[in-house]
Design a protein around this ligand. Structure first.
Ligand code: ATP
Length: 436
């Protein structure tokens, strides 16, 4: 994990937030490669769940919402973690995570086990960040930064029904920032105070909800596999009855085996009609649905696949990271799925003469219109390959002496390191085909 964190910093994937001021715990900044990786994860999700489906539409709701939204959703009273303080060392812990925590004064022991520990009773700590709208800081103007994107979808259910031709069963998808004042942000970007989510609320008839739940659970599990998270490191875990929220009929988590153990990437929950009913009650608006065909009116049931975009980025990074020996030298490589790779291809002139840089630049400029590509003419070509391996670039395309004679280039593939020659005019088609 340390190696990955340092690679992320060194190569511009992820930096600690506000670093020149000593950092702000639980915040992370995505650098030039990281922003591409994160965007590719979100784009892959959007394409696979919205663009290529007829039964899902998108939404981008405001981060600041009316306070009553969070009273209705239950977050104001229930979105809490049990906080325990140590009076001796002033450290704070989540009570349910003490078993996996260390005493700061005696790291070989857990909090509470060292003789000097003085742990308080657990108290409820609400994870929502508070702020105020307008210049007066009083309870009437208090709002929260959203701790999930889902509520923006529920409060717009009627707007989407009225303005689009969507008919139940259908879903609304949203990607965006969420904020949680986590007691102990940790494990790099896994648990942050500001992060991104990718959520769908899928509305269906109550009698079909079990079927949709199973479908979504399986589809979402498959999605991670299609993007390269391998069998042994990925599992689907059905919650036991005791783990379920009181309104939930069923929940499954997609979990990834991080270097420190299993962690949730996404929860797929059967939420029944809980959310729409809560918002009907608090807003006084009718959020029921009228089915034109059967002439029935009902409150739809909801299946919610709720994924972490930034947390998935960490899983994709962990899975991609590899060190291996190649001809007596070690190479570090990020084996991203081509759809996720920040840079799709690097374009090199073999040497800086004989018209090679000009031809390579022309190819680069042309490819730039379709892909995120990178041009590099500095240093030995072997070193340029290694730099691209570390960035996870799946293809390196080299213009050499032969290019001028027969209009071909070499394409070197990241994982196999095999090279093949293809026609200069075939490069774009080749990349389109390989990048999916
Ligand atoms: P956890 O138990 O890890 O706190 P959760 O069960 O509260 O997570 P949900 O409320 O189901 O999480 O949120 C849906 C998804 O949002 C999670 O599966 C995760 O990918 C992401 N997520 C939640 N909290 C964080 C966080 N603090 N940092 C990064 N991603 C998060």
């Amino acid at each position: 994990m340390e190696k990955l964190v340092s690679l992320c910093k060194r190569r511009g994937f992820i930096f600690p937030g506000s670093e020149i001021y000593g950092g702000l715990n639980g915040t992370w900044d995505y650098g030039p490669l990281g922003v591409e990786l994160l965007r590719n994860v979100k784009n892959a999700w959007w394409r696979d769940n919205v663009t290529t489906r007829d039964d899902i539409v998108g939404l981008d709701a405001a981060i600041l919402m009316h306070r009553t939204v969070w009273i209705a959703s239950g977050h104001e009273s229930n979105f809490t973690d049990p906080l325990v303080d140590c009076k001796t060392c002033k450290a704070r812990f989540r009570q349910d995570q003490i078993a996996e925590s260390q005493c700061p004064k005696k790291p070989s022991k857990k909090p509470g086990e060292f003789t000097e520990c003085q742990l308080t009773e657990a108290r409820k700590f609400n994870l929502m960040f508070k702020t105020f709208v307008g210049p007066v800081e009083e309870s009437a103007t208090q709002v929260y930064l959203r701790p999930e994107t889902a509520q923006g979808i529920f409060v717009n259910f009627k707007n989407v029904c009225d303005s689009s031709r969507m008919k139940v069963p259908f879903g609304i998808a949203q990607v965006g920032k969420s904020f949680r004042n986590e007691i102990t942000p940790k494990q790099f970007i896994f648990r942050s105070r500001e992060f991104e989510q990718m959520e769908i609320e899928f509305f269906c008839k109550p009698e079909t909800s079990q079927e949709w739940y199973t479908k979504w659970r399986d589809q979402r599990f498959q999605w991670y596999q299609d993007l390269g998270l391998k069998g042994d490191n990925l599992r689907l875990r059905e919650h036991g009855k005791e783990e379920l929220a009181f309104y939930s009929i069923g929940t499954s988590d997609v979990e990834y085996k991080f270097p420190w153990g299993w962690g949730e990437l996404e929860g797929i929950a059967h939420r029944g009609d809980y959310d729409l009913k809560q918002h009907m009650q608090h807003s006084g608006k009718d959020l029921s649905y009228f089915d034109d065909e059967t002439k029935e009116r009902f409150v739809p049931h909801v299946i919610e696949p709720s994924a972490g975009a930034t947390r998935s980025v960490l899983a994709f990074l962990c899975e991609a990271y590899a060190e291996e020996m190649v001809e007596g030298e070690s190479r570090t490589v990020l084996r991203f799925h081509p759809r996720l790779a920040p840079v799709k291809a690097a374009i090199f002139p073999l040497v800086k003469k004989d018209g090679m840089p000009e031809r390579a630049t022309a190819l680069y400029k042309d490819l730039q219109k379709s892909f995120h590509v990178f041009y590099d003419e500095k240093g030995a070509v072997g070193r340029r390959y290694r730099r691209q391996d570390e960035a996870g670039t799946p293809f390196c395309i080299t213009i050499d002496g032969q290019t001028n004679e027969d209009q071909t280039v070499t394409v070197r593939e990241r994982d196999s390191m095999k090279q093949e020659r293809i026609g200069l005019d075939k490069v774009k088609g080749y990349l389109f085909q390989k990048l999916g």
